[in-house]
Design a protein around this ligand. Structure first.
Ligand code: HC1
Ligand code: SF4
Length: 576
């Protein structure tokens, strides 16, 4: 342990704790634009300078460890002046079009500039500087390079946390620019569209590809029948845009708001999650009994699908062929629902509200996404885009009355709702796999071994005397690590160390998705996940196979899980 003094307060912290972290422990906020709690410090911005008393030194708090006996001053007039100066330098090279920026009112640079009372950027613009790129090539994440402040957060999250290496800094000095290596377009790079770069960007340099106007157009087109679905993780994060405590479950208000916006059918992706489990749970049991292509690996995360196709195509046979829940609701809306409600499927305009930027890519990634004969999902919006639409429409979100989702595509079990947290898909699948293997129902449905934020979780699950070895990985760097272990045993001709593996590209699973409200940290991920587990606990039905709506859809329309109709509508192919 190390004892030191910060602003006159004695503090004792673990060795290696940085001054920035230590100050936060005693509620002193040192400003920074480059250090994010998910990332290691690399002293990119220089705003976090503090003074070490008695040495005359100013040090960067983000990357300096607190040492025994140090006396630190975090704020005094001179330090404030230095910070202001750094901000002025950044602003001198930054567009001043805040009013029309996607991050207006939600930008860390704008907030600091306001707090520091910056009224002018005194330094002349650097002329002849290399031009930054504008890149919309992925149609999921847009790069507006001119707004980049070179803090390095996106590069670090892409390279280290996700192990994707799509983004990098090219050039040197004043000619440094953010770009995929080789200055190619993002869509030609290894980018998997997870959007973590956009969620970690402090400014408007990387944002989701905004498609709200297309949805407004559809809502005002009298020839269309607009319907919508909401993902598990959206219900516990949308509240952050309206001042609710983190993790508050706002399903009822979301549904009412979507109805007010003009959607004629409001469905729940959680119901699709229950359907996915019917297919995937059965797929698992089938393969497990035959020891066929073990382990089975989940496939509902499109960034993960893209990652596997790009970097580990030798493992494609291990992938579950089952579609993701929102695609299942998409195809059901344009087949089963259309038939039941006598609506022309070509007129149905299906929007999915997701915590995810990669879902914008998934909706047209292969011909299976057109299983209804039309594109099954027309537009996928992020949580952030929906929050903007609700605000634009003048809806009083806080006071709107709760409503229930429509018809049969809106009823879900507790297993469906926990999909949004890491380990949730596995837990939901185990609840149903137990039933498929034993024919019995679990007396206690929770599998707490698979919950939590540890990067790789492993557990041996006892199903009536049979052991199922499971692993869960989230954050693509963790996933890559796990996959290499599996590949190694495969190459050595040894049996797989696992039977069933859940993968989510984003840390924390979808609650930490790239399209979620900004500022994601572990504390936030935990609270959002807790909101979903609470929703599960309070659900009357907690297993997908017991959801009466699921039973009805199979009885009336699909037949058996893994049957011919299920295969036609609910399953995917992958490409090498
Ligand atoms: Fe997810 Fe999923 S959990 S992938 O993160 O399987 O986006 O929330 O909707 O489809 O259910 C996302 C979340 C989501 C799907 C489900
Ligand atoms: Fe999207 Fe969820 Fe995958 Fe992140 S973990 S890329 S939010 S599906």
């Amino acid at each position: 342990m190390v004892k030191a003094i910060i602003n006159g307060t004695e503090i004792q912290v673990k060795e290696g704790t940085t001054i920035l972290e230590a100050a936060r422990l005693v509620n002193i906020n040192i400003p920074t634009l480059c250090k994010h709690p998910d990332l290691v410090a690399d002293a990119g911005c220089g705003i976090c300078v503090v003074r070490v008393q008695g040495t005359g030194k100013m040090l960067r708090a983000c990357c300096t460890a607190l040492e025994e006996g140090m006396k630190i001053t975090t704020h005094d007039p001179e330090i404030v002046k230095v910070r202001k100066n750094v901000l002025e330098l950044i602003l001198s090279n930054h567009p001043k079009d805040c009013l029309i920026c996607a991050r207006n009112n939600d930008c860390e640079l704008q907030r600091l500039s306001s707090e520091f009372g910056i009224r002018d950027a005194y330094y002349p613009l650097i002329v002849g500087r290399k031009k930054h790129k504008h890149d919309e090539s992925t149609k999921t994440i847009d790069i507006e390079g001119s707004k980049c402040i070179l803090c390095g957060r996106c590069v670090q999250v892409c390279q280290k946390n996700q192990n994707v290496w799509a983004l990098s800094f090219l050039g040197r000095g004043i000619n440094t620019v953010l770009s995929p290596a080789g200055e190619i377009e993002l869509n030609d790079s290894p980018c998997v569209k997870c959007g973590q770069c956009s969620n970690h960007c402090p400014v408007g340099a990387i944002v989701e590809h905004d498609e709200t106007q297309k949805v407004w157009d559809a809502l005002s087109n009298p020839d269309l029948f607009p319907v919508v679905q909401i993902a598990p993780a959206v219900r516990v994060s949308i509240g952050e845009a309206f001042g609710y405590p983190i993790g508050t479950n706002l399903t009822g208000k979301l549904i009412s708001s979507l109805k007010k916006l003009g959607f004629k059918g409001v469905f729940d992706t959680n119901m699709g999650a229950d359907m996915t489990i019917m297919e995937e749970g059965n797929e698992f049991v089938h393969r497990f009994k035959k020891k066929d292509n073990m382990p089975l690996i989940t496939s509902c995360c499109p960034a993960w699908v893209d990652f596997l196709e790009k970097f580990h195509s030798d493992m494609l046979d291990n992938f579950s062929t089952c579609k993701s829940p929102h695609e299942i609701i998409g195809v059901l809306s344009k087949t089963y629902y259309a038939k039941k409600h006598n609506v022309d499927p070509s007129k149905i305009f299906m929007v999915s509200i997701m915590p995810c930027t990669a879902k914008k890519y998934e909706i047209h990634r292969s011909e299976e996404m057109f299983a209804s004969g039309h594109q099954d999902i027309d537009i996928s919006l992020t949580t952030r885009e929906l929050a903007r639409m609700i605000k634009q429409s003048g809806i009083d979100f806080k006071n709107i009355e709760d409503q229930k989702a429509d018809s049969i595509l809106g009823a879900y079990s507790g297993a469906g709702t926990i999909f949004g947290a890491t380990g949730g898909v596995m837990e939901a699948a185990l609840r149903t796999a137990y039933h498929v293997i034993t024919g019995k129902e679990l007396s206690k449905v929770e599998f707490k071994q698979v919950r939590g934020l540890k990067g790789i979780k492993e557990a041996n699950i006892d199903i009536d005397g049979t052991t199922v070895r499971v692993a869960i990985a989230h954050g693509l760097a963790n996933v890559d690590h796990l996959l290499k272990e599996i590949e190694k045993t495969k190459a050595e001709g040894k049996p797989s160390p696992y039977d069933f593996v859940e993968v989510m590209a984003c840390e924390g699973g979808c609650v930490g998705g790239g399209g979620q409200p900004y500022g994601v940290t572990d504390e936030l991920r935990k609270k959002r996940a807790a909101g979903l587990y609470k929703d599960d606990e309070s659900s009357k039905v907690r297993c997908s196979h017991l959801n009466p709506a699921v039973i009805q859809v199979y009885k009336e329309f699909v037949g058996e899980p893994l049957g011919p109709q299920a295969h036609k509508l609910f399953h995917n192919k992958y490409t090498k």
